[in-house]
Structures are given as structure tokens and as C-alpha cells.
Ligand binder design. Structure first.
Ligand code: ADP
Length: 270
């Protein structure tokens, strides 16, 4: 209703629509609560960057400011709009973690190449914070995975390791193999995650207290989605270590090249 109101739909039309919906669908109490929580979280997440965009755009509109102030405000507008874009991208992905994801498009993929892709994409953010990234892993390593989904997971881990790091810190990616699995550990020199918050960071929309206080933006959706993706490949994503000196997340994936991927491999939904 809030979103529909924001889109300019009249109250009477919303009420009519609600009656139609009520007649068509019987939602369980739990589903209604989940839907309302989601709407509330989306409105809350989008309102902060939107307020900043509107405030800055109105000031730019007045056109009485120095060119450098206008340029700074334009920068704030772009950053906040990007933030909204990333929230919407996360939401679309969250929506597809239902049955749609059971049909992963898995093909033999070079995991090292996927890591290199992510590194290239993270380079600007890492340089901006003076964070170094080292990868100690095989030159090529083939596994049957959905490359887009696994790139998403690696990207989430690397982005977090940069975002929640100290300025001038480091990120190291290492690889460990067993006969049929590979584990990539992403270790950072960031602020760490306090013990009571360690399990919560995989919950949708959860952001640690220090992340909420920091200037780093986020939706709190990435890690939960990433863990779902890893589990649906028959692997897992875990936070294995965290202290005020940094954190280590481990992504484990099976290495067989066929016959491993199945709906049964998927872990229960969060
Ligand atoms: P976000 O979009 O907020 O980064 P994530 O689901 O990726 O969402 O992460 C959830 C929360 O976990 C983050 O908001 C942050 O508080 C915490 N977190 C994730 N990775 C790290 C890390 N490497 N170091 C410290 N905190 C982290």
C-alpha cells in the first residue's frame, strides 16, 4: 500500500485492489507478516538515500551555489542513487532465491577466472581505501557451478572485505583443497564482527551495529543470499573467524564436474 501510494495510486483503487486480492489469495499469517516486514524494510532502506537525493537536488536547483559545491552535491546524488540501485538489485536476487534458483545454470567454470573477474571489479573500491588484495590460489581450477551466481558470492565477500576494512588494510584470498571440495577463505584486516552478531549477519537485512554507524552503505541482504547460493551448489558459506583484527569467511564448493547438482543438494530455506 505504501509503495502503491508512493506511485500515486488513489486510496479507493488500493482498497478495491486489496478486496480483489483477498478474494483471490489466502495468505497465511506468517506470509502476511513476512510481506509486511519486507515492505517496511524496503521503505526504510530506500527512504534514507532518497531523502539525501531530494535534499541535494533541491539545493542544486536553486543554482546559487559555487560550481565546486554543486559538483560535490552531484556526487552525493549519484552515490545515493547507486545505493538505491544496489538495494533493488539485491531485492530482485532475494526474490529469485525461491524455486527459481533450484534451476542453477551450472557449467564447467574456471573458479580462478571468476575470482580475477571480481578482483577487476573491486579494484577501484580497494584503491580508494588503500586496501591491498592478494590471491594465493591455483592458476586454474575447474568446477561445475553457475558462474554468475558464484561470481555474485565472491563479489559479495570481496566487497565486504574492502568495505568493512580499515583504510590501508589488507584482504587475502587463499585456497584449500580436499579430494572433492575446494574452500576459498577471504581474510580481512577489518573491524570484525562481535560474537552475538556472528550468526545474525546471514539473516536478511541484518547489519552490525558498527556497519550501521559507519559511512558504508549496504542492504544486509548479500551474505544470506550468498550462503543460499553456496548451499544450492552443495557447498556452504561460513564465518569461521572474527576478532577486532579482522574476519575470515570461507566458501566451500564441491569439485566434481558432473552429477552433483540437484535440488536435494539445496539446504533448507532461511
Ligand atoms: P551489506 O549490504 O550490509 O554489506 P551483507 O549481507 O553482505 O550486507 O553483510 C551483512 C552485514 O555483515 C554487514 O552489514 C556488516 O555489518 C557485516 N559484515 C559483512 N562482512 C563483513 C566483514 N568482512 N567485516 C565486518 N563486518 C562484515
Amino acid at each position: 500500500v505504501i509503495l502503491a501510494s508512493a506511485a500515486g495510486v488513489s486510496g479507493a483503487r488500493i482498497r478495491r485492489k486489496r478486496v480483489q486480492l483477498a478474494a483471490q489469495t489466502v495468505l497465511t499469517e506468517q506470509a502476511v507478516r513476512a510481506r509486511d516486514d519486507l515492505i517496511e524494510a524496503v521503505v526504510h532502506e530506500l527512504r534514507t538515500p532518497l531523502t539525501s537525493i531530494l535534499g541535494n537536488a533541491e539545493l542544486v536547483q536553486q543554482a546559487s551555489e559555487q560550481p565546486q559545491t554543486v559538483a560535490r552535491r552531484a556526487g552525493v546524488i549519484v552515490r545515493n542513487a547507486e545505493q538505491m540501485e544496489s538495494i533493488l538489485a539485491d531485492l530482485l536476487l532475494a526474490r529469485s532465491t525461491g524455486p527459481a534458483l533450484l534451476g542453477l545454470t551450472s557449467v564447467p567454470s574456471d573458479l580462478r577466472a571468476l575470482i580475477e573477474n571480481c578482483l577487476a571489479a573491486s579494484r577501484t573500491a580497494a584503491d580508494a581505501r588503500g586496501v591491498t588484495i592478494d590471491v594465493i590460489a591455483s592458476d586454474t581450477l575447474w568446477a561445475e557451478v553457475d558462474p554468475n551466481r558464484i561470481r555474485q558470492v565472491l563479489d559479495n565477500l570481496l566487497t565486504n572485505a574492502i568495505k568493512y576494512n580499515r583504510v590501508g588494510g589488507f584482504v587475502v584470498v587463499t585456497e584449500t583443497r580436499t579430494i572433492d571440495t575446494v574452500t576459498f577463505a577471504v581474510t580481512d584486516s577489518g573491524c570484525g564482527i562481535a560474537p552475538p552478531e556472528r550468526a545474525l549477519v546471514f539473516e536478511p537485512y541484518y547489519r552490525t551495529e558498527s556497519a550501521r554507524r559507519s559511512a558504508q552503505k549496504g542492504s544486509g541482504l548479500g551474505l544470506g543470499i550468498s550462503r543460499d547460493i553456496a548451499r544450492r551448489h552443495g557447498g556452504d558459506l561460513r564465518l569461521v573467524e572474527s576478532s577486532p583484527a579482522g574476519s575470515r569467511f570461507e566458501l566451500t564448493l564441491p569439485l566434481e564436474l558432473s552429477g552433483h547438482l540437484s535440488a536435494e543438494a539445496a539446504a533448507p530455506q532461511r
